[in-house]
Write a protein that binds this ligand. Structure first.
Ligand code: PEP
Length: 239
């Protein structure tokens, strides 16, 4: 028996097409979970017109700036005009490949909130941090430098994504997920007024989703690769 709604967020990354969006138009997620799909920017309009109304729309990134000479960037207010309600911020691929620092991530969270978007802020340790027992230290520092600077009444979602689990088929064991989620929850509770949902992300799929989502303090899932396959994602949405 489920006691509360879970959040299932799909990160399509730089994948997908008009054709795939048409396939997803047949997806009607279970009512007991909130589903958010984050396609590439170019598919936002099709997502709005084709997807079931019960699916919320997310973006994968936004600028820290509101407007101006920032060629190639997209601001949070532009996303709001496209009916976007959520935006991923600080995904490990942005941190690593695009050199986004915790300071930039803080500025992006602030920009999203200013435009009434709910940021889904990704945090997580690298493999070397894990191997040197620095997981909690890494999470602590990411939270202190970005999330703890946000006003305590603001609405945010956190996604715990161990970097070494993203796209690798590896996942932490149940105890590790339980421990890190409890740690993050305790830390966030010291700052925010309301309970912040904490999603797990990293190689979640239709086979492991039910087990992961039932772990204490796991508020849902952020799904990459498996969210691109309609049947697979449907199973995850209903788990
Ligand atoms: C992600 O990139 O946010 C992610 C969770 O990817 P995957 O599910 O493919 O590991």
């Amino acid at each position: 028996m489920k006691n509360n709604k879970k959040i299932i967020a799909a990160n399509w990354k730089m994948n997908g097409s008009e054709e795939l969006m048409k396939e997803f138009s047949q997806l009607t997620p279970a009512r007991h979970n909130d589903v958010i799909i984050c396609p590439p920017f170019t598919l936002l309009d099709s997502a709005k017109s084709l997807l079931s109304n019960s699916i919320k729309l997310g973006a994968q990134n936004c600028s820290a700036e509101d407007k101006g000479p920032f060629t190639g960037e997209i601001s949070a207010s532009m996303l709001q005009e496209k009916n976007v309600s959520h935006v991923l911020i600080g995904h490990s691929e942005r941190r690593t490949l695009f050199k986004e620092t915790d300071y930039v991530i803080l500025k992006k969270i602030e920009a999203a909130i200013k435009s009434k978007l709910i940021p889904i802020v990704c945090i997580g340790e690298t493999i070397s941090e894990k191997k040197t027992n620095k997981t909690l230290q890494a999470l602590d520092s990411q939270i202190n430098r970005s999330l703890a600077k946000i006003q305590p009444h603001e609405q945010v979602i956190v996604a715990y994504e161990p970097v070494w689990a993203i796209g690798t088929g590896l996942t932490p064991d149940e105890n590790e997920i339980r421990e890190t989620h409890l740690y993050i929850k305790t830390k966030l509770n010291q700052h925010f007024n309301a309970d912040i949902p904490i999603l797990y992300g990293g190689s979640a799929n239709s086979e492991n989703c039910s087990q992961i989502i039932s772990i204490e303090n796991v508020g849902g899932l952020l799904v990459g690769g498996a969210s691109l396959k309609k049947h697979e994602f449907k199973t995850i949405c209903n788990c």
